[in-house]
Design a protein around this ligand. Structure first.
Ligand code: GLN
Length: 446
């Protein structure tokens, strides 16, 4: 823990991955573990890790990278934090992200500008940009993130590491600051597939505090990591290699697929015909849920409260006008609009129907195949401010990650090579609760 903290102190001026370093808490926990003795049967015992700043940590400032939570100290720990502590892992700090996890570059953070681990002139990806960079730059061996539309897989791809978004319901959302509750899921960033399987096993499982968490048993995700994928049936969706996907990214992923074939997998091309509606439907549904979830930030209960307000209404208005950034306001407006009486049928209902069709697309494929392989992102990491004037360009870049969230599937990004000196991620997608298949194939590939 001491070495990790001093490494963070020495490197974080370069990366700006951390919003809050938990020095005292980490040293106290590490000391307690030292005194009790490292548990030789638990691989996580004494291992430091980083936490995305939208996971609540008891007594430690938790901002979700928003001004509106600038001095919010939660009174409890998220279930994932409790579980990792019970396994001996030591939280060392809270990591930067897009405000309320809305974004793809971590630039919407109120606090810091996190840099890509490979090239500090490039974005780290997002929304879990701080988590990905902290792992890729060697600041921590693993970190937690959340993924609502790609926020673990995309920054993992941009920083050349492994990022797993588990099945919806696999991991408790208790203590996650909600963005879109039907899509949000907590997951793990690591440098290797095996590390990832180990951490997820420690965090997963049913939680009485989250009624959407599943009672399906958590297998030992490391049990089948033997490098053998003979006979595994892999589907490659045509729509994920269409126009708008960088040609060199496609070539890199095709080489990755060829390698899986050499290892004994059977590969066939398939169609997921509703992919093209995914981005539009996601930004309606995600924003609708966000507009509802973010109602609680009213200036009374949490964090920031403006000076000199005239009355209760003014308190709400001033708190939210001054406390939320532009991207969050855009989502609240879009969400409120699409839920309102006159527009609900045309927008929210349509988007919900599209979601069902996308889910059916996947179920048709998984009736015959074990795994889907695709690029994680259409491009490698780009310059800061690249899409400043046009948020829709950024939204479109989520086209390859959003479908997984819409269908509640597990998806993982694994490093597959480089384009222009920047990492490319290959996405492994399986049916619900089949994380084991993803880990088995990714381990063989890695
Ligand atoms: N980029 C997507 C968005 O801005 C996904 C974010 C996420 O997964 N939290 O909504």
């Amino acid at each position: 823990a001491e070495a990790t903290l001093s490494n963070i102190a020495a490197t974080d001026d370069t990366y700006e991955a951390f919003i809050t370093v938990m020095k005292d808490e980490a040293l106290a926990e590490a000391k307690a573990i030292d005194e009790a003795g490292i548990d030789p049967d638990n691989i996580l015992s004494g291992i430091p890790y980083g936490i995305k700043d939208n996971l609540v940590t008891k007594g430690v400032t938790t901002t979700a990278a928003s001004k509106i939570l600038q001095n919010f100290k939660p009174i409890y720990d998220a279930t994932v934090i409790e579980k990792l502590r019970a396994n001996g892992a030591v939280g060392v700090g809270k990591l930067n992200m897009d405000e309320f996890a809305m974004g793809s570059t971590s630039e919407t953070s109120y606090y810091r500008k996190t840099k890509n681990a490979w090239d500090q002139t490039k974005v780290p990806g997002g929304s879990s940009g701080g988590s990905a960079v902290a792992v890729a730059a060697g600041q921590v061996p693993f970190a937690l993130g959340t993924d609502t539309g790609g926020s673990i897989r995309q920054p993992a791809a941009f920083n050349g590491i492994v990022g797993m978004k588990p099945t919806y319901g696999r991991v408790s959302r208790w203590g996650v600051i909600a963005f879109a509750s039907s899509l949000d899921q907590v997951g793990v960033f690591t440098r290797t597939v095996k590390d990832n399987a180990r951490v997820l096993a420690a965090m997963a499982g049913q939680d009485e505090k989250d009624q959407t968490s599943s009672d399906i048993a958590v297998p030992d995700f490391t049990a089948n990591l033997r490098g053998d994928i003979k006979g595994l049936k892999i589907a490659v969706p045509t729509e994920y290699f269409g126009a708008g996907i960088n040609a060199d990214v496609k070539t890199t992923i095709k080489a990755g697929i060829a390698k899986l074939q050499e290892l004994g997998a059977e590969v066939e091309e398939v169609s997921l015909p509703h992919t093209k509606y995914g981005v539009a439907a996601y930004y309606i549904l995600g924003s609708a849920e966000a507009s509802s979830n973010l109602q609680r930030f009213d200036g009374i209960r949490y964090g920031f409260r403006p000076e000199g307000v005239k009355n209760l209404d003014d308190l709400y208005v001033q708190t939210r006008s001054q406390g939320f950034g532009d991207e969050v306001k855009r989502r609240i407006m879009l969400g409120t609009y699409s839920l309102s009486a006159g527009t609900y049928d045309a927008f929210f209902k349509k988007a919900a129907q599209v979601r069902t069709l996308m889910n059916e697309d996947f179920q048709n494929v998984f009736a015959k195949y074990d795994l889907i392989i695709a690029p994680t992102t259409p491009n490698v990491a780009y310059n800061f401010g690249a899409n400043e004037d046009d948020p829709e360009v950024t939204y479109m870049n989520d086209v390859l990650t959003i479908p997984v969230n819409m269908a509640g599937l597990p998806g993982m990004s694994v490093p597959a090579g480089f384009v222009n000196g920047l990492p490319v991620g290959m996405q492994f997608i399986a049916n619900r609760f089949q994380e084991e298949t993803i880990y088995r194939a990714a381990y063989a590939y890695e």
